[in-house]
Design a binder for this molecule. Structure first.
Ligand code: 2AM
Ligand code: CA
Length: 261
């Protein structure tokens, strides 16, 4: 398949913005009665599904031969050379509590490699996109990671898994031991929090139990911006391995040693 990745990226941005506008409009009017419980503390709304259908329809026109891996499974996964990895609404728990941030996250994977990432925050009207190191942007402007190189005064995002296991608890205790050194934040949208590292707003982010659609676009954007992403063993299985440490690169070892261990 031959394609112009920049043109595709422009179209994906358009599709993400359109889905994001839909999410924002619906948040103002939706009723909590329409929420189904997908599991403990894991909400799904009819809005996630409708947003996903719209995104899938747009992307299907753009690259008819590509397959899909999506959170709401409105389309069945099939192994293809190209796969769209989509979270139509990342930050659902924030969303159903009329809170922010939340986002639309879309990545394109060729075989096993991500080649494009787009994350859109419709409330802040912030669009993160990347197709490579030369083309990583926030609202059209180039971005890069912070130069912070120690945990002292670092600004670090993280999330707590819905089913916290003992390994996760240990990591939280390790983080607690760093509370006097660092500022920690839980924002509630993994895709956005990884992009905050990419654009130099925060120095790092870690979370376990995440799915590919939570991290595929954000980690690609962060890598393009000069950051580093690993699983909890320091390896590369952070998209499908359900463990992510994402950083500016310079505080990565300190986080691995002092928090993840
Ligand atoms: P979601 O809003 O699509 O569910 C919050 O912790 C962030 O992590 C959100 O981006 C949330 O995505 C994501 N997440 C995904 N799986 C999770 C899990 N098992 N536990 C906690 N957060 C999860
Ligand atoms: Ca998600």
């Amino acid at each position: 398949m031959k394609y112009d990745i920049e043109k595709i990226c422009d179209e994906v941005c358009r599709i993400a913005i359109s889905a994001g506008k839909y999410l924002k409009e619906e948040q103002a009017t939706f009723s909590r009665g329409k929420i189904e419980m997908k599991g403990v503390r894991n909400y799904v709304t009819y809005i996630d599904k409708e947003a996903e259908k719209r995104i899938v329809a747009g992307l299907s026109e753009l690259l008819p031969e590509a397959g899909f891996l999506t959170e709401e499974e409105t389309v069945q996964f099939e192994q293809k050379e190209y796969t769209w990895i989509i979270d139509p609404l990342d930050g659902t728990t924030n969303y159903v509590h009329s809170d922010t941030p939340y986002s639309v996250s879309i990545a394109l994977m060729k075989d096993k490699t991500i080649v494009l990432g787009v994350v859109y925050d419709p409330v802040a009207e912030e669009l993160y996109s990347a197709t490579g190191k030369e083309n990583v942007r926030l609202n059209g402007q180039p971005v890069s990671v912070t130069s912070k190189n120690e945990l002292q005064n670092a600004y670090i995002g993280f999330g707590i898994p819905y089913s916290l296991d003992s390994a996760g608890e240990k990591i939280l205790q390790n983080a607690l031991a760093q509370f006097r050194n660092c500022s920690f934040r839980i924002k509630g949208s993994a895709a956005i929090e990884i992009c905050y590292v990419a654009c130099g707003r925060s120095d790092a982010y870690f979370h376990s139990a995440l799915s590919p659609w939570d991290v595929a676009a954000g980690t690609f954007i962060l890598n393009c911006a000069g950051g580093k992403c690993t699983d909890f063993s320091g390896g590369e299985n952070y998209i499908f391995g359900r463990e992510l440490v994402a950083s500016n690169g310079k505080v990565h070892d300190a986080i691995m040693t002092n928090i993840i261990k």
